[in-house]
Design a protein around this ligand. Structure first.
Ligand code: PEP
Ligand code: MN
Length: 462
């Protein structure tokens, strides 16, 4: 933008404002049924907190969300592949430099292997820098005759089973913003400051395959090695591979927080949710006439929706009508979480129905949430083999239909926890007790995450 003044042309700052219709539309969710919201005890305090949040700077820039939308459109066409990973629930206590670095490192290592296996650019996205709220199957939890509100994530209440911790506290929303900001700051520093250099990432992967437990992936690692040497010999500019784009995402669950972080893009006058690049709507909150779908229908970010095994083609297309009526490429990602035992039966019909509609969708596989079990010793866990089986089923279904498997959505951590059974290092039921740290769902540990990436890469390269 520029203006002519006194014979010269001078650039000026122009801020486009939202229309009154857009602004009132952003309040519409308040009139609608909203599932899974905490019972905040003090409305006045909540208002005070959300007023502060509205004054805090955005965590992401609208232009970044636009670039991500373009990349997800590529993933829908088979020109890129999404890797989305991170904790089921981030916690305030674990938003430390080491934990964040380990998670980023794990995702970068997986992405390097998948890039080779798929021969495609991999879009790297954390379930990070905002994944602080959880939907729960029941509002309350009872222990020894005492009933308290269920833990809903550090953005809402504390995990210890005491009244002081479990009563929802809106000031925790400020804590969630603060951890999101410090986490995304570190994400940007690591991914732009040299930590993400492809040569380093490859060396880490060589360290992984040097472990005899993973010897079967040595062939693939050696192939990648040769490809790296070829690139060097051919004069590839490795300096350009020192940085990567890394996107943030979380479940858009707490409407007061998400609404407060929704801002008007001064370039266009359009609303964006500036708490993360990508937001998804969970299986429990995707009611087509509900508040979550309404609020997210009004922002320009790319949006995901989790689809469980009972989802019908009609459900999916009604969501499409609400969230992407014009069929904008990259706007909507369907994250299917069917369960390994069901995916081969239920996914084909759903994909066929949506595909016949014609509006583009990015199909992503969450192989975690349909495969949660309780171990004999009582831990909420998953079997690594079952998780991998769902991933294989996902690729088989898309291959049979001639549709595009666009990515993976995984619960993982960069640390050596023992929460998921199996893998080549054979975490067994007795081992779960050793380092079971998650407050909600079990995560693949660093090694299991890499093993999944190598397995998928082997399958993709044929
Ligand atoms: C989650 O991703 O942690 C989650 C609760 O998933 P879903 O909505 O698919 O159950
Ligand atoms: Mn989970």
């Amino acid at each position: 933008m520029s203006v002519s003044l006194l014979g010269g042309t001078y650039p000026v700052r122009v801020s486009i404002e939202a229309t009154p219709e857009v602004l009132s539309g952003l309040q519409q969710w308040r009139e609608l049924p909203a599932a899974q919201q905490p019972h905040w005890p003090d409305p006045e305090e909540l208002r005070h907190v959300t007023a502060q949040l509205r004054d805090f700077p955005p965590l992401v820039f609208a232009g970044e969300a636009d670039s991500l939308r373009d990349k997800l459109a590529m993933a829908a066409r088979g020109e890129a592949f999404l890797l989305q990973g991170g904790d089921c629930a981030e916690t305030f206590a674990e938003s430390t430099a080491d934990r964040i670095r380990n998670k980023i490192q794990t995702i970068l290592q997986m992405a390097a292997v998948l890039t080779y296996g798929a021969s495609l650019p991999v879009i790297k996205m954390g379930r990070m820098a905002g994944q602080y709220a959880k939907p729960r199957s029941s509002d309350n939890e009872t222990r020894d005759g005492v009933t308290l509100p269920a833990y809903r994530g550090d953005a809402v209440n504390g995990h210890p089973f005491t009244e002081a911790d479990r009563i929802p506290d809106p000031r925790r929303l400020l804590g969630a913003y603060q951890r999101s900001a410090t986490t995304i700051n570190l994400v940007r520093a690591f991914t732009n400051g040299g930590f993400a250099d492809l040569r380093r990432v490859h060396q880490w992967n060589r360290g992984f395959t040097a472990n005899p437990a993973y010897a079967r992936y040595e062939v693939l690692a050696a192939e990648i090695d040769r490809a790296m040497r070829f690139m060097r010999a051919a004069g590839v500019d490795f300096e350009a591979l020192r940085t990567v784009d890394f996107y943030t995402s979380h479940e858009a669950l707490l409407l007061e927080y998400e609404a407060a972080m929704t801002r008007i893009d001064s370039r266009t006058g359009d609303p964006y949710n500036t708490s993360a690049h990508f937001l998804w709507i969970g299986e429990r909150t995707r009611q087509v006439d509900g508040a979550h779908v309404d609020l997210l229908s009004r922002v320009r970010n790319p949006i995901g929706v989790k689809l469980g095994p009972t989802t019908t083609g009609e459900d999916a297309l009604t969501l499409m009508d609400r969230l992407n009526p014009d069929g904008e490429p990259g706007r909507i990602t369907f994250i299917t979480r069917m369960g390994a035992g069901k995916i081969r039966d239920v996914l084909p019909g759903l994909v066929e129905r949506v595909t016949s509609d014609g509006r583009p969708v990015t199909w992503v596989c969450d192989p975690m949430h349909g495969n949660t079990i309780t171990s004999p010793s009582g831990y909420k866990t998953r079997e690594f083999a079952t998780v991998l089986d769902e991933v294989h089923g996902f690729f088989e279904v898309h291959q049979a239909l001639g549709t595009v498997p666009g990515g993976l959505h995984v619960e993982l951590t960069g640390d050596d926890v023992t929460e998921v059974l199996g893998g080549s290092e054979e975490v067994d039921d007795a081992a779960l007790a050793r380092r079971y740290e998650t407050l909600v769902d079990p995560r693949l540990n660093h090694q299991q995450s890499l093993e999944m990436a190598f397995d998928v890469a082997e399958m993709l390269r044929g």
